[in-house]
Design a protein around this ligand. Structure first.
Ligand code: SAH
Length: 517
């Protein structure tokens, strides 16, 4: 997948392996990675990451082998020795290793233990700080951690050392007297005993409390309550890890709703089904609008018939064609890739007229310094192009690069007035949908507000993978299908699904629709 920060001037200098970077990834929003984290990712041979790392973060390390901690043996907390063992193994095999950890590595991240293991193995390392969840939840939840009037100190506390735990190092009596904000990490499951204990040692039952789940992501949820009621409310509203709890008078100065929760797409969970190479910065744009996007690629593009495409390019060079038609960005990209491979360039096309369907195709041509002679305003509108060409391309010899699955309208229509029409298939679509993706469980729960579908074929493959439990949400409108074209909109509506249509088929058409631009 492409990173959304193309052209970022990051020049990581690769150390001689073995070398390990313990890198804080922040709380989830890829925008909260540090520049240093990105530098380390850009030079890593191996990235070992935990559940907080998103595909957008991993895209900064396209060259690296990626290992999910969840794929290593053992369950938390018994997984740690396996993680340490794997890091050492990878480093000693001659690799620069990044261990990408949630938040800041030094705050409840077992950083010291990891460092001890690296020192024992004589492996050089660096530690890269990250935005810890306390400050992220404070910023994105607009809950002050310190306050001139209410809190002059902050304590980071682990909820794993809950009151009553035999080997606890914490004095809840002292914490009840703490003159500032208590920030409890990993505390959701133990909040009842924590709240009871603090009250027992004299903390007021009306002390303001805030809970922030999945801070900084589009799925962020926040609860403002008191010490007395927090345990019940967490249970009733089903707050779950990862969530952080703030306790203290400064929490009373929280703004409600927070700036982040006022974003136009806050709380919207959106599924993108575009091929990976076409996603661009769409996921990031959705995040910046407050949404929680997920990506489930359905189809991918596979180049075909290279020899035939090459032959037709040579025919153009020999002057055997007068017109060349591009119907999609894919045909443009694949055609020019072959043109370059054959050591031709834009001059080869100097004598042919070039037509394109739709603004996205025309924009793709412009990226190759070609401005189309004739173009339609709509995408997927072969009929409109035929009308434009009929009066001016009479008796011409036309080359038509296209997809294996292309409709025949254009080919048939051109034959009526051209001297010669030569279609050449330059790619076909391959199904890459993973039916085991965790996205399907979320679809079954009706978690998604919108699903963006790109084409009839995408819709067909995707819908065939959805069971009745999922489809019911598409019929009720709990999950709205967003069609990329009028034709797809009609097809989906006829099937009884609740649909919307984007104003145009480019990636940002979805944003324009959802933001009402
Ligand atoms: N090193 C991490 C903390 C790891 S302990 C850091 O500096 O943030 C894991 C705990 O961190 C979770 O149980 C939760 O309390 C908190 N946490 C991690 N990510 C979070 C998020 N996005 N929102 C709220 N809390 C989060």
């Amino acid at each position: 997948m492409q990173s959304w920060l193309k052209g970022l001037p990051v020049v990581g200098r690769k150390p001689i392996p073995p070398y390990v970077y313990l890198v804080g990834a922040g709380p989830g929003d890829p925008g909260l990675l540090t520049m240093r984290a990105i530098e380390c990712l850009s030079i890593a041979d191996t990235v070992i990451y935990d559940y907080l790392a998103s595909s957008e973060m991993l895209a900064f390390a396209p060259q690296a082998r990626k290992i999910a901690v969840s794929d290593l043996p053992g369950e938390h907390p018994n997984r740690w020795p396996h993680i340490h063992e794997r890091i050492v193994q990878e480093a000693l095999a001659g690799n620069v290793v990044v261990h990408l950890k949630g938040g800041d590595p030094s705050i409840f991240g077992r950083c010291a233990e990891e460092v001890a293991v690296l020192q024992a193995a004589n492996i050089p390392y660096e530690i890269v700080p990250g935005v810890t969840s306390a400050s992220a939840a404070s910023a994105y939840g607009e809950i002050p951690l310190t306050h001139r009037a209410h809190a002059s100190a902050v304590a980071f506390i682990t909820g794993h050392e809950y009151p009553g735990k035999e080997d606890s190092h914490l004095s809840w009596e002292a914490l009840a007297q703490f003159p500032g904000t208590l920030v409890v990490y990993m505390g959701v499951a133990r909040i009842a005993s924590i709240a009871a204990s603090l009250q027992q040692f004299g903390k007021s039952p009306t002390t303001p409390v805030a809970v922030v789940q999945q801070a900084s992501s589009g799925s962020q949820r926040r609860l403002l309550t008191t010490l007395q009621t927090v345990a019940n409310e967490i249970q009733e509203q089903q707050f779950k890890a990862p969530a952080i709890i703030f306790i203290g008078p400064a929490v009373g100065a929280a703004t409600s709703p927070s700036w982040f929760e006022r974003k136009p797409l806050a709380g919207k969970k959106i599924l993108i089904t575009r091929p990976a190479h076409q996603v661009g910065d769409l996921l990031r744009q959705l995040e910046l609008a407050g949404a929680a996007p997920s990506h489930l690629p359905v189809l991918d593009i596979v180049p075909t018939n290279q020899a035939e495409v090459d032959r037709e390019i040579r025919h153009i060079a020999r002057g055997l064609y007068d017109g060349l038609i591009f119907t999609s960005r894919n045909t443009v990209d694949l055609f020019f890739a072959r043109l370059r491979a054959l050591k031709y360039d834009a001059r080869t096309l100097a004598k042919v007229q070039i037509a394109s369907i739709g603004p996205a195709t025309t924009a793709a041509l412009a990226e190759h310094n070609i401005s189309a002679d004739i173009t339609t305003h709509d995408e997927s509108n072969s009929e409109a192009l035929l009308e434009l060409l009929r009066p001016i391309w009479q008796g011409k010899r036309i080359l038509l690069p296209q997809a294996a699955e292309a409709r025949t309208v254009l080919h048939d229509g051109l034959k009526a007035f051209a001297e010669q029409v030569q279609p050449v298939v330059c790619y076909q679509q391959e199904v890459v949908l993973n039916p085991k993706s965790p996205v399907f469980a979320e679809l079954r729960k009706g978690d998604f507000s919108h699903i963006h579908l790109m084409s009839g074929r995408t819709a067909e493959v995707f819908l065939a993978a959805c069971d009745e439990e999922i489809l019911i949400h598409f019929r009720s409108g709990r999950t709205v299908l967003v069609a990329n074209s009028a034709r797809l909109y009609q097809l989906l509506t006829e099937k009884g699904f609740v649909c919307l249509k984007t104003p145009h088929p480019q990636a940002d058409g979805l944003l324009e629709l959802l933001l009402g631009e």
